[in-house]
Design a protein around this ligand. Structure first.
Ligand code: ATP
Length: 247
């Protein structure tokens, strides 16, 4: 459980208060500049912020860096990749401690989802943007894999789907759901409103630095989309699925 109490990054986001539940995938939506990255960075303790962030009841700023790294992982936007590293070397950076048999099994599972096998031996600088992103996602997930790290609690991802093709967008969202189902609090920002509605257990919508809607996917109404994104959409509902179509 991640609890935010008047969390504020000056001139960027907040004050935002609310609870992000463990065992659920919360998807963060909002227009460019609405504060999604700033909120995620503040929730990870990676940017100076006012207010309080509690992870399972404990104040985040009382945890030292090593403990923070065991409890939470964050995929930041526009990661700078270490030059000269090979794919498998980047992945190994996500493993806490030695690369055990269990870690190899988890890497194999992630590889199957994100089709990483052909990327392992290649230099990161020679990979496409989407290929690099798939490796970065896997590295971040390894850090807080419940199969490897019993202290893992929180997984934060800023636009994990950026640069990914459709197949890998869906694979990533399924992986995030899988990690949430194992008890982690999983929070990711996303621009595709329909994927947010399909995969999010909970939705948080930011607008001009404020949390303007939160709840199940049904909070994504045409009225909210018109107000926040200035886009007119129609809502189609069929067999329990909701689709927002631009007019
Ligand atoms: N390092 C920074 N210093 C000052 N202001 C910043 C900084 N980073 C972002 N901002 C501003 O803070 C506001 C929120 O930006 P943020 O990056 O959190 O938005 P976002 O919702 O993640 O946007 P996007 O969808 O474009 O990634 C914007 O007005 C932005 O210009």
């Amino acid at each position: 459980m991640l609890t935010l109490d008047k969390l504020t990054v000056e001139h960027r986001v907040g004050p935002v208060s609310g609870r992000l539940a463990a065992g659920r995938l919360t998807l963060l939506v909002g227009p460019n500049g609405s504060g999604k990255s700033s909120l995620l960075l503040a929730a990870a303790g990676l940017v100076t912020a006012d207010g309080q962030v509690r992870l399972n009841g404990e104040l985040l700023d009382t945890l030292d860096l090593a403990e923070l790294a065991r409890r939470r992982a964050m995929l930041v936007q526009h990661s700078v990749l270490p030059a000269g590293l090979k794919g498998y070397e980047l992945l190994a950076l996500g493993v806490q401690g030695e690369v055990s048999e269990a870690a190899c099994e988890e890497m194999a599972r992630l590889s199957a989802y994100l089709k990483l096998d052909t990327l392992y031996g290649r230099s990161l600088s020679a990979l496409s943007g989407g290929e690099q992103q798939r490796l970065l996602i896997a590295k971040t997930l390894l850090q807080v894999s419940p199969a490897l790290n019993p202290e893992a609690q929180l997984l934060l991802l800023d636009e994990p789907l950026a640069g990914l093709d459709w197949q890998h967008q869906l694979a990533t969202l399924r992986l995030l759901r899988h990690y949430a189902e194992q008890g982690l609090t999983v929070v990711a920002s996303i621009h595709d409103i329909n994927l947010a509605a399909q995969f999010g257990d909970d939705i948080w919508c930011l607008h001009k630095g404020q949390l303007v809607a939160s709840g199940g996917p049904e909070v994504l109404t045409p009225t909210l989309i018109a107000e926040v994104f200035e886009v007119k959409v129609s809502l189609l509902e069929q067999d329990g699925q909701r689709l927002l179509l631009p007019e």
